[in-house]
Structures are given as structure tokens and as C-alpha cells.
Unconditional design. Sequence first.
Length: 229
Amino acid sequence: MAEKIIELNNVNIYQGDNLILQDVNIVINRGEFVYLVGKTGTGKSSLLKTLYGDLTLKEGSGTVVGFNLKEMDWKKVPFLRRNLGVVFQDFQLLTDRNVNDNLKFVLRATGWKDDKLMNEKIADVLEKVGLKSKGFKMPFEMSGGEQQRVDIARALLNSPKLILADEPTGNLDPETSDEIMQLLFHICRDYGTSIVMATHDYIVINKYPARTLRTERGRVEDNATVSMQ
Ligand SMILES: Nc1ncnc2c1ncn2[C@@H]1O[C@H](COP(=O)(O)OP(=O)(O)OP(=O)(O)O)[C@@H](O)[C@H]1O
């Protein structure tokens, strides 16, 4: 039977007292690539935040990479985060240190101690994203596409079963977006990593079709059809 990486049952998602999404029911299996689309303000980020423990699950039930979201308090969130990778539109790299040290910072923060093992892991993830010799570059010395690759490398550090990506191509030109999509699909296919990617980029979706969830009028529609808009 397929391994469920995400399961939400009858979930209601709130921002403060405002109900943003209601009766959300989703199952995402190991190795699936799933888009999350929907107009601005319809709740894509709120859904992703629920999945990575930034928004507390108040109503309904859910698990993500084996963690029960209902019982998730702030002490357990770091353990959840170690088991999934998050990629953002604006890269969120530390600007005062080079790529290796950005990655080492995350490893240390997630409990790694052995320098040799950390260096091996960093070399491994940089190779996976095609930045083998770029570890000594500072973020400001890199293009947007390269910085997004570093962000993806960072998400891969703890070999997660799931990557949540919030508009990872949002700041990139079409050609660079294309390269990032190829990288994400390669990670999904070759390492069995499930990927949920929020996007407004219909060119990307049309070129790389996959299961699509759509946030609309307070609901999440599964397997939404997407056409050029
Ligand atoms: N921290 C917050 N506090 C209160 N309300 C919020 C907060 N963050 C988002 N909201 C509200 O929740 C709703 C959903 O926002 P959300 O960011 O999830 O939408 P989105 O679909 O991701 O939008 P976008 O495509 O612009 O990123 C919006 O009405 C927004 O104003």
C-alpha cells in the first residue's frame, strides 16, 4: 500500500478567528508531485503553514510525515521541520555567510555535530542541485536561480520525505523557472520525495502537468483542471 505522507481529514484552517479553508480532505502519497493553485488570498500559504506547523491545527485531524498535527505544540515543531523541507519564493538565505556556512547552520540547528559528516552532507546536496563547486560563494555573488538551488539544497539536508514549496519560481525568469522545475521533478522522481508546490505560474503547470489542488471559496478542490490563464 502507498505510504501516506500527508493526510488531512475534515480540517478547518483559521487565520486568527477567520475561517480560511473548511472541510479540507487530502491524501498525498510518497513520491507524488502536487500543485497548489488558487487566487491570491484564498489560503494556499495558510494550508502550507498548517502542514509545516506554523499554523496550529484546531479543527479536524491530520498527519504529515508521520507527525500528528493535532498534538503539535511549539516544542514538537522542530522535530516536524527536521522531517520535511520548506522552499520559499525569496530564498531566505543568510546573507552574511557563504553557501557552505548557510547549509552548516541548518545542520547544526537540527542536531548535527560531526564536522566531517556535515561537510560530506553539504557536498552531497550541492551536487544534487547542480552547484558542486559553488559552496564558497556568498549569496550576493549568485544569480536568483542559483540562490533558489541553494534553498532547495537546504531543504534536502535532512533527506526529507516531503518538500513544501511556496512559489519557488515566483522571482525567476521563465528559463530559470524551467530549470528549477526540472530539478524539483528530478528530486521527486529519483528520490521518491513528495512535493507540494504552491504556484501562480500556469506556464509551468502546463509544461509539467501533475495533480493539482485549488483553493477556492473557502474549499480545496482536488484534481483541479488548469488551463492557460
Ligand atoms: N498572519 C495572518 N494574520 C491574519 N490573517 C492572515 C495572515 N496571513 C494571511 N491572512 C489572511 O488569510 C487569507 C489567506 O491568506 P494566504 O496567505 O493563505 O493566501 P494565499 O492563497 O497564499 O495568497 P497569495 O497567493 O497572495 O500568497 C487572506 O485573507 C489573508 O489576508
